[in-house]
Design a binder for this molecule. Structure first.
Ligand SMILES: [Zn+2]
Length: 339
């Protein structure tokens, strides 16, 4: 009897870590996912936590280490894929977080892959969701606390020399603006359109009395610190002038950012995910409308289809699993992955 083979994927975020095990066939129904709060006591906490969860998944399912064909970690960037680390990530708690070396120590005979979480996600879309004619020219964009992307162009995953080719959130859309981004630069797309930016800009505008924000303040009983992007969107819907100003900017810079991505990659479809998609009607719909009525204002190429991923929070981990499967099967889409 041929022994069944398994693959492991993990998705590392600032708040949650997800680890999954699946038979190599990779069917939605047979994937087992464990979710835990991200530990940040030392820079090795994350790797120890992942090793621990992998070991317990193996034990619970009576699977030996020798039946594993690969482990892929999808992590918030930026990454140094050659060193196997995440660095300068505002969300993981340390200047440098070693990922490859400690996991390799625990699972020395298992092939290991590290990838940016959004690059993983685009592989997840490629495997689980995209139609045949979308697969070769496909982009994934997450709009969440930050903005990130993953790109497949002409059938190949685009990674770059360090694995950061699609750090699209830091596209400078208004470099002379005073809006500061988490990366330290001014005028990044993320500094206008991410959830973090929407909240920060609302607080700023309230402080400077830029416009009426009464409806927004009413939503949080006057407690400014309780404002998140969600309340800003809700207040905008109710007619709050200050919130509408910020939501309009958010939508406008999404048009700029998405237009740039389409200019660079001439994509067939862009799938969106991330927490901000709860208000997708105010974020994606205006871009769709814009592309329909006057695409030239923001992109020179034929506009792509704009869609939402149905896998939301799981698309990163599904993509990590897809990466291992594609590597095992020598799929051409990951032939660019050589780290
Ligand atoms: Zn930036």
């Amino acid at each position: 009897m041929v022994e069944k083979k398994y693959i492991i994927g993990a998705d590392i975020g600032g708040t949650w870590i997800r680890v999954a095990i699946s038979p190599l066939e990779l069917k939605k129904e047979t994937i087992k996912i464990e979710k835990a709060k991200t530990l940040k006591e030392t820079k090795f906490s994350i790797s120890s936590q992942i090793s621990r969860i992998i070991n317990s998944l193996l034990e619970e399912n009576s699977i030996g280490k020798n039946n594993l064909l690969g482990i892929a970690l999808a992590s918030a960037g930026p990454l140094d894929l050659n060193k196997g680390t995440s660095f300068n990530s505002p969300n993981l708690g340390f200047k440098e977080v070693p990922l490859k070396a400690p996991i390799k120590k625990e699972f020395s005979d298992v092939p290991f892959y590290l990838i940016n979480d959004c690059s993983a996600a685009v592989l997840g879309i490629h495997y689980f969701e995209a139609s045949k004619d979308e697969k070769d020219n496909l982009v994934y964009i997450t709009i969440s606390t930050g903005i990130g992307g993953g790109v497949i162009c002409n059938g190949y995953l685009i990674l770059g020399k360090d694995g950061n080719a699609a750090e699209i959130g830091h596209s400078k859309v208004a470099p002379r603006s005073k809006e500061k981004c988490g990366c330290g630069a001014n005028g990044c797309w993320e500094a206008f359109s991410s959830g973090t930016a929407v909240r920060a800009r609302a607080l700023n505008a309230l402080e400077n009395n830029e416009a009426e924000g009464e409806l927004l303040l009413a939503l949080v009983n006057g407690k400014q610190s309780a404002i998140t992007a969600k309340e800003v969107f809700e207040a905008a819907r109710k007619g709050d002038i200050l919130s509408q100003m910020i939501v309009n900017d958010c939508a406008f810079y999404n048009k700029v950012g998405i237009g740039l991505i389409n200019n660079y990659f001439d994509c067939k479809a862009i799938y969106f995910g991330g927490g901000m998609m709860n208000d997708q009607d105010m974020i994606i719909s205006p871009v769709r409308e814009q592309f329909k009525t006057n695409p030239l204002q923001f992109t020179i190429n034929n506009p792509p289809e704009l869609k939402l991923t149905k896998y939301r929070h799981d698309i990163g981990i599904l993509g990590a699993l897809a990466l291992v499967k594609y590597k095992v099967e020598h799929h051409s889409v990951v032939s660019t992955y050589s780290f």
